[in-house]
Design a protein around this ligand. Structure first.
Ligand code: NAD
Ligand code: DAU
Length: 350
């Protein structure tokens, strides 16, 4: 029975990857290792928590001894590494936390995998989930492809670039089999309401201001989270070892246009007057080092593995909004307590 360790499986993308693996591969033993930081939430996995091929392990990837012990005890065959500090704004106020988890935490996993697998790397894999932000920013034209030079601008992207480099270095130096994928902005159910789309959905529900950074003319390439999970499944099973895949939605939006579309759909769903939510838009101080534009050329994964997004942005956004409207308790739980401190510091005290 193949033992697959998924790190960060209680987070946004991780929970969708865990669910997909538990449901699609009943003959795998799926382990979810997560420290349950503010971003991790076992409520995201309530529907599969009792599955016979699923085990949750509470643990911190920053703790090397704990990680070594877990690898020895469970003898994982393959790793899908998603655990990370993931929010750019938090990386600006606390960059060291990002070095600890994203760089040192990744190193601890690499070391434990190398030690456990050192006698035979056959059928072993370290799959590192990364971001398009490692490539820095684009001008008005062009796309990031797998050969674009790394040029990270935020502490978050610098930490992810560093971890990508270490994964590749372990492949070159120790022959550790790896795959890396770099994905664009995800959206969908279970995303913590610090990121643009769920933050704005929550604020619209509550009739709170919608804080758009700078002039709002920043561009992101949006992908529905389940399409990302499907791409991860393909790259995990069929990706070439020691290679990188870019994953994106072929779906660029300027923030302000996306926010206006969101307002329009939400007004309809909430039975509000046309234009009511747009009135909540407030332009605020820009994010320092704000990358102007991200856009992914996903033709390699399309040609090699046959992957392409399965839902349109309009369909995905509709599913996402419906999920948040149906799961107001989830939203209330994650936005109580510490979230309020974060919100005040990020949006009100500044
Ligand atoms: P998230 O913040 O929603 O979840 C991160 C998870 O990691 C949480 O469950 C958290 O508890 C866990 N975690 C954090 N620190 C940990 C530690 N020290 N030990 C163990 N667990 C820890 O993140 P996400 O948005 O789901 O992103 C998952 C991965 O995908 C990250 O590596 C991120 O860089 C990458 N990624 C995200 C996006 C996106 O748009 N969200 C896009 C591309 C790549
Ligand atoms: O590109 C992939 C990356 O996408 C992932 O690696 C990151 O983990 C993920 O957080 C995301 O990073 P972004 O910084 O692009 O996402 P965020 O949702 O924070 O912001 C999206 C855009 O919206 C960005 O241009 C900043 C802007 N924004 C964001 C927030 C939170 C606002 O204008 N106001 C806000 O309050």
């Amino acid at each position: 029975m193949m033992k697959v360790l998924i790190t960060g499986g209680a987070g946004f993308i991780g929970s969708h990857v865990v669910r997909l693996f538990v449901n699609r591969y009943p003959d795998y033993e799926v382990f979810n290792l997560d420290a349950l930081t503010y971003a991790g939430n076992l409520e995201n996995l309530g529907d599969i928590e009792d599955a016979s091929n699923y085990t949750f392990l509470k643990g911190d990837i920053n703790n090397a001894l704990e990680i070594d012990d877990l690898f020895k005890k469970h003898q994982f065959d393959k790793v899908i590494h998603l655990a990370a500090e993931s929010h750019v704004d938090r990386s600006i106020s606390d960059p060291l936390a990002f070095v600890r988890t994203n760089v040192i935490g990744t190193m601890n996993l690499l070391n434990a995998a190398k030690e456990l697998w050192k006698d035979n790397f056959k059928n072993k894999l370290f799959y590192h989930i990364s971001t398009d932000e490692v490539y820095g920013t684009l001008g008005e034209t062009g796309l990031f492809n797998e050969n674009t030079a790394y040029d990270p601008n935020s502490p978050y992207s610098a930490s992810k670039a560093s971890s990508d480099h270490f994964v590749r270095a372990y492949g070159e130096t120790y022959d550790l089999p790896y795959v890396i994928s770099n994905c664009s902005n995800n959206y969908g159910p279970n995303q913590f309401p610090e990121k643009l789309i769920p933050l704005f959905i929550n604020n619209i529900i509550q009739n709170k201001q919608l804080p758009v950074y700078g002039d709002g003319k920043y561009t992101r390439d949006w992908l529905y989270v389940i399409d990302h999970a499907i791409a991860i499944d393909l790259a995990f099973h069929q990706g070439k070892t020691k290679s990188t895949y870019n994953i994106g939605g072929f779906n660029e939006w300027q923030n302000i246009d996306l926010v206006k579309l969101l307002c329009k759909i939400m007004d309809k769903k909430l039975d509000r007057a046309e234009g009511a939510s747009e009135g909540l838009i407030t332009y605020i101080k820009d994010r320092p080092g704000h990358d102007k534009r991200y856009a992914i050329d996903a033709s390699k994964i399309n040609k090699e593995l046959g992957w392409k997004p399965s839902v349109t942005f309009e369909q995905g956004l509709e599913k996402t909004i419906d999920w948040y409207l149906k799961n107001e308790d989830w939203l209330k739980n994650v936005t109580s307590g510490k979230y309020q401190e974060y919100y005040t510091k990020q949006y009100i005290a500044n």
